[in-house]
Design a protein. Structure first.
Length: 597
């Protein structure tokens, strides 16, 4: 209902279909027409009318007559009608109503800037690589920022999936698009980092408040009716004024819950995506390390992630509900694929509703089911051939619109989702709190305005992967249990080790601070330690000895001359612990004094 807003001035109270026009349904309620029925369930409403009237029909919704075209083979007939159809009028009017600015429609005298060209220039082409690079850095800074150590080492971080995705993507995207207030020196200050984070989270709360009433604003309701949302919008606008943005650096030139939930529910999807992430990291010689260099991915590497790309497309197919809208500039004749022609009146709206396409069982088998590989061909590459009634479709996936109305930021949007998923799979273990949970229904109040949000959230838990769970001495409080890796460290603020708590039969290899020396029990090779679980082969790191969990059958001893037990952690950039190398000299006095764990 909120999508179309107030009617044009020449719209009559009711319309009778004229010869050559699509059949009309006026509805029973004056002005609203079919709005309530449409708003309750747009997809089912349009399906029922398609079965009743055919490929094209007209409905009165909130005072506006909308021609719904349901035949995907005829979409191109609308998309190519640039001479007769205006795609800017609706979008510019909706923007003015929602954001409170003056009209930017050239037909109303606005000639300062071609906004569509500005968005194309600043979100695509030469501007895109720097956006991708900044987003990759900001995502890692947000996702891996230091957190207070939990009181109980076994505890995971628990959060709602939607809330987690919303927060991470908003904070990272905000810093990417609007820059950082910190200079290079200030980035080293924890206090300044916290201040910047507080500023971004305040913007997030303002955005949430404003976003809740966005459909009502598009419908034409004045924002003054919503006092808190009005205040939130003004606060956001103030923070983005030119004089404030000029103080920030890295300012740019200008879906996610569904995919994460479905991937977590699907072990097969999670495995396939994780394997793809692993291959890319290996091919580029990179390893995730919370304390090491940030991971980098080029645009070419992001474009060559067919599994993750398919996961994103499938999630968007299931949750996108954007409406492709054009307004007739004049009376004209619309020719459809089946050779039929229909008269369209000036100021009428023609709408394409891609959900009809995305949920068509002739195109997508079991359309309500999540299939992570739906957009992969038999060779594991991107699938682009989809058919209906034996004919190949030109349009089969339309979450970003069509033709010149395609979202200019779609490439950046997809790349940031890929980056988010890639980093999540590279750094974290994830589990649903309830493995039997169902995917929540979607909020239909936003139908026609993009991605539908879930009616309620679903809780999950996450933690750093086993080999990433160790942080350098002096920075870490507690090393959490990771499956078969069971080592608990407690460091004092000085960086010295306080207490080692032995857990079950876990044996640990200690590297001592400079004066410390390591001794091995008989039968264990200096350079070949068998590791428990999935941790893999240890890699040599100069003269650094690392802490490691020993195989249960192994035995370990260490010298007693380790002062207060101060420990140094040294990680290879891969984040994996490496082969132990004995220190070049072990005094006999130290080696003769050994203790067994």
């Amino acid at each position: 209902m909120g999508l179309f807003g107030r009617p044009s001035t020449n719209t009559k109270l009711t319309r009778s279909g004229q010869p050559g026009e699509p059949q009309v349904e006026n509805g029973w309620i004056p002005y609203l027409g079919c709005a309530l029925q449409f708003g309750a369930n747009p997809l089912e409403f349009l399906r029922s009318r398609q079965n009743k009237y055919g490929h094209i029909f007209t409905c009165k919704i909130a005072g506006q007559y909308i021609h719904f075209l349901c035949d995907p083979f005829s979409y191109h007939s609308v998309i190519r009608q640039g001479r007769h159809l205006d795609w800017k009028k609706f979008h510019l009017a909706a923007s003015a109503k929602a954001f409170g600015h003056d009209s930017m429609d050239p037909s109303h005298g606005y000639t300062t800037e071609n906004l569509h060209q500005t968005f194309l220039k600043t979100l695509q082409g030469e501007a895109l690589p720097s956006l991708i690079e900044n987003m990759m850095e900001n995502l890692q800074n947000v996702m891996l920022q230091p957190q207070p150590a939990p009181q109980h080492p076994k505890e995971w971080e628990v959060e709602g999936i939607f809330a987690f995705c919303y927060k991470v993507m908003f904070e990272s995207g905000y810093l990417t698009l609007f820059g950082k207030e910190l200079n290079v020196q200030e980035e080293q200050s924890l206090a300044r980092q916290e201040a910047q984070k507080a500023l971004v989270l305040n913007a997030l709360e303002n955005f949430k408040e404003f976003d809740k009433i966005f459909p009502a604003l598009v419908a034409g309701l004045p924002i003054h009716v919503f006092k808190s949302a009005h205040s939130a919008r003004e606060n956001l606008a103030k923070s983005m004024m030119a004089e404030n943005l000029s103080k920030r650096r890295d300012v740019s030139d200008l879906i996610t819950m569904r995919m994460l939930l479905n991937d977590t529910l699907s072990a097969e999807a999670m495995k396939a995506a994780s394997e793809e992430v692993k291959k890319v990291l290996e091919s580029t010689g990179q390893r995730p390390n919370p304390q090491g260099p940030l991971l980098t991915l080029t645009r070419e590497q992001l474009d060559n992630l067919p599994v993750i790309d398919s996961i994103i497309k499938e999630a968007m197919r299931l949750s996108s509900a954007s409406m492709n809208v054009r307004i007739a500039k004049e009376d004209f004749l619309l020719h459809l694929d089946n050779k039929e022609s229909y008269r369209i009146r000036k100021d009428d709206v023609i709408a394409l509703y891609p959900q009809l396409l995305h949920f068509d069982p002739e195109i997508y088998e079991d359309p309500l089911e999540y299939k992570y590989d739906r957009y992969l061909d038999e060779n594991g590459q991107e699938k682009t051939c989809f058919y209906r009634q034996g004919r190949r479709l030109r349009y089969f996936y339309m979450p970003f619109g069509s033709g010149v109305t395609k979202c200019p930021g779609r490439f950046f949007a997809v790349h940031e989702i890929k980056q988010f998923l890639f980093l999540l799979l590279a750094h974290f273990d994830m589990e649903l709190l309830d493995s039997q949970v169902k995917v929540p229904p979607l909020d239909q109040s936003r139908a026609g305005l993009g991605i539908l949000q879930p009616v309620y959230d679903v809780d999950f838990r996450y933690r750093l992967k086993a080999h990433l769970a160790v942080i350098c001495a002096g920075h870490l409080g507690v090393l959490q249990e990771r499956s078969s890796v069971l080592v608990i460290w407690e460091f004092y603020r000085s960086g010295h080790l306080g207490v080692l708590q032995e857990r079950s039969s876990v044996l640990v290899i200690w590297e001592f601070y400079r004066s410390g020396h390591l001794c091995w029990s008989s039968g264990s090779s200096t350079g070949a330690v068998i590791c428990a679980g999935h941790l893999g082969v240890l890699q040599e790191r100069s003269s650094v000895l690392v802490i490691w969990e020993f195989y249960r059958s192994g035995h370990l001893c260490w010298s007693s001359g380790s002062s207060t037990g101060a420990v140094i952690w040294e990680f290879y950039r891969s984040g994996h612990l490496g082969v132990l190398q004995e220190r070049p000299h072990v005094p006999s006095s130290a080696s003769s004094k050994v203790q067994h764990i």
